[in-house]
Design a protein around this ligand. Sequence first.
Ligand SMILES: C[S@@+](CC[C@H](N)C(=O)[O-])C[C@H]1O[C@@H](n2cnc3c(N)ncnc32)[C@H](O)[C@@H]1O
Length: 464
Amino acid sequence: MSTVKIIEDASSVSNDVGLYDELKATNDIRRIETALSSIGRLPKDFDVTLLISLLNHPSPNIRLLAVKNIGKAKNAELLTTISHYAKIETNTIARREAVSTLGRMRIAEAIPILIDFLKDNDAKIVLQAIRALLPFKANPDVAFALNELNQHPNEIIQSVLSKETTNKLRNGKDKTHAKSSDLLKNVLVSGDVRETIKEIPDESIHLTFTSPPYYNARDYSLYKSYENYLEFLVSIFKEVHRITKEGRFFVLNTSPVIIPRMSRSHSSKRYLIPFDIHPILTKIGWEFIEDIIWLKPDPSARNRNGGFFQHRKPLGYKANSVSEYVLVYRKQTDKLIDWNMNQYEQDIIEQSKVPGDYEKTNVWKIAPSNDKIHPATFPRELAARVIKFYSIKGDLVFDPFGGSGTVGQAAQILNRYFLLTEQENLYVERATELLSAQSLLNEFPLTVYGTEAFRELMKGQGQI
Ligand SMILES: C[S@@+](CC[C@H](N)C(=O)[O-])C[C@H]1O[C@@H](n2cnc3c(N)ncnc32)[C@H](O)[C@@H]1O
């Protein structure tokens, strides 16, 4: 029978003179683990040689817990033991713990050892070493070693380092963040977005939600090639990035398209637009946040099953497409979401809270919408969800491909402002009809501008 007493209260351990004997007296892995996990501060006069001997234990978890506790002694004489262990340990998690232990000791004598670990092949070890060295960044050796890492290929290491070197005030206030120009509130610009978007000042938009024109799938969109189509979209989303405020969101609704076959002797061709555009967006500076699937009821899909349903031969299977992507991006920044929230008055944040039940998964079941004029609207419910989750009351929401103005309608209902651009007169008229009914009582009733009038309006407008 083992003599180990299972220690239930960690705080009692610091004075528990029997811990040493207890650890020594058992071979039961679970009991050793429990004892090691229960140690708070090391008891005075605790002989760490027992813990050091556990660094050879066959169980990686015991080795991990042992090294964690050895570090609590904060004894510079143990540095060589811990760093030697960190070098030879074969279990990745235990090795990372050893380097983290070196950091937690917070002693200057560990600096050369930690600098050595900056060359490790495991990016997590490098990150642990960086974290441990940051409190000593005034030390010239540390500053030099961290600077040397600037070319490190790992993106998380890059981002941690750039966060540290940036001069931006992380907790500071940006007085204009919660505001937007009155001139842009509840505005519909009739014209080609390639022209009109150039007039919108930098950092004036809180959220963009849009569904771009399809590739050759409808008569309003004709592009020379698929590449040309992607270039067009990217040129707009680059501008959306410029006009978006720091750390705010861009939500893109797209789906694969199919170009029907020319004749029975040809095949149809499918383009996976969201996947093709994603890498370009991240390069522009949009950080990927969520992939939401908009799921429609089965009957809403075009039936592609006619042939297969009859012949049942493999290779010819075609799925009815009942989903679209709603991809969420954030304008890359060193600041946390909390920073964005802190730019608002507390009562505005309270009023913007999302009440009641809400969809907790990334599959949003929403029926598609129909409009008597516009052939490709998205449902107001979809726009409302995006606006509720990704903007604050009083924000300015933009849709560069405004269509019938669905984003504007949802924004108004949710006490946000909208800015839309749309090039087809017919849809501008439809959006005007749908939006003005709602905006009559609004502090900023709908205003529609042509491209030239908008250009004049924006002349000399700085950033807000
Ligand atoms: C998929 S629809 C958007 C529909 C909209 N979400 C709605 O619910 O009504 C895309 C819209 O982009 C517009 N569009 C296409 N190219 C454009 C351009 N260069 N400038 C402005 N609008 C454009 C089309 O006329 C179309 O109305």
